[in-house]
Design a protein around this ligand. Structure first.
Ligand code: NCD
Length: 316
């Protein structure tokens, strides 16, 4: 790496529980400030990163990650330059490599580059040639570490703990990257049980299962929707990643979808999460169920990203 002292965010495994605790406390205090009307940047926190620059370089579509990073930066007083779809609107369309693009962008002295890319390992590659911190905002079917942070933060907020939880991850576990990063983070806590629940052909990769077993996390792998869910604390539903070649027929998709009658079996305090976007895997009637936390979960992303930017760009 050009400058190994840089605070890149590349993979979920890099976060320690102590670090997460600090970021979560910061995110909560930022939310409080924003909710108390500090949205014009009149108070101290807001302009702490004045005149720092963020480049958002996305080669894949995004709503939450792009908006929340962009707004997080602007609330902290940063300049933000963003490309809509780097595959079409950057020199990649002319054959430029990721490495060349990153090195050129670094010549404009941004303070951080947020990268989303269709190839697994792209953020690592970018970090090797970058002179500024890189944030991995999703690399193919690899990882999405900032999403995992906001997911863990949401669990902590809703349940008051991360230790000793039973979490059921449902859907496309093969080509979804959020479940991979979340599994890596959950492995840092005690007494966690993860139930992977997906159609056989979209099951969680063995590398994650072996990693969890080495970390003594209880793992159950099911190729049907578990009906006995009274002991589940967190349902983490995901969509089928069709753009990555995942395919299942409608009947099978329905079997793994959350509908009100399945949700009734959950205990009162259980929560339902989803990284979003959703397709048909959570029926919209569930949005009114008090256990549904996926919109709040998305909202948490902005505060987590503000907290991360403050940490990344503060003096070493
Ligand atoms: C996810 C992603 O891009 O991996 N979206 C997000 O950032 N919240 C999930 C998905 O696309 O299914």
């Amino acid at each position: 790496m050009k400058n190994s002292g840089l605070r890149h965010i590349l993979e979920a495994r890099q976060f320690t529980p102590e670090f997460m605790e600090k970021i979560f406390a910061e995110a909560s205090s930022l939310r409080e400030e924003v909710e108390n009307g500090n949205y014009h940047g009149l108070f101290k926190t807001a302009r702490e990163l004045e005149n720092r620059g963020m480049f958002i370089l996305f080669y894949e579509p995004s709503t939450r990650t792009r908006f929340s990073f962009s707004d997080a930066a602007q609330r902290l007083g940063m300049r933000v330059t963003s490309t809509e779809d780097a595959k079409i609107f950057s020199s990649v369309a002319k054959g430029e490599t990721l490495e060349d693009t990153i090195q050129v962008l670094c010549e404009y002295y941004p303070d951080v580059i947020v990268l989303r890319h269709h190839e697994t390992g792209a953020a690592m590659r970018a970090a090797k040639v970058s002179s500024v911190p890189i944030i991995n905002a999703g690399d193919g079917i690899g990882e999405h570490p900032t999403q995992a942070l906001l997911d863990i933060y949401t669990i902590q907020q809703c349940l008051g703990r991360i230790d000793d939880i039973n979490i059921m991850m449902i859907g496309d576990l093969l080509n979804g990257r959020t479940v991979r990063s979340l599994a890596y983070l959950l492995a840092k806590y005690k007494g966690v049980k993860i139930i992977f629940c997906s159609p056989k052909e979209l099951g969680m990769n063995q590398d994650i299962i072996s990693y969890l077993q080495r970390k003594e996390i209880k793992v159950e792998v099911l190729d049907y929707f578990l009906q006995d869910i009274e002991d589940v604390d967190v349902i983490y539903q995901t969509r089928i990643q069709k753009e990555r070649g995942s395919e299942i027929d409608d009947e099978l998709e329905k079997k793994f979808a959350l509908v009100p009658e399945k949700v009734k079996k959950l205990n009162q305090n259980a929560i339902i999460m989803h990284p979003l976007p959703r397709n048909n895997e959570i029926s919209t009637e569930i949005d009114f169920n008090p256990r549904a936390r996926y919109f709040r979960q998305a909202g948490n992303g902005m505060f987590i990203r503000m907290a991360l930017l403050k940490w990344m760009l503060s003096p070493l």
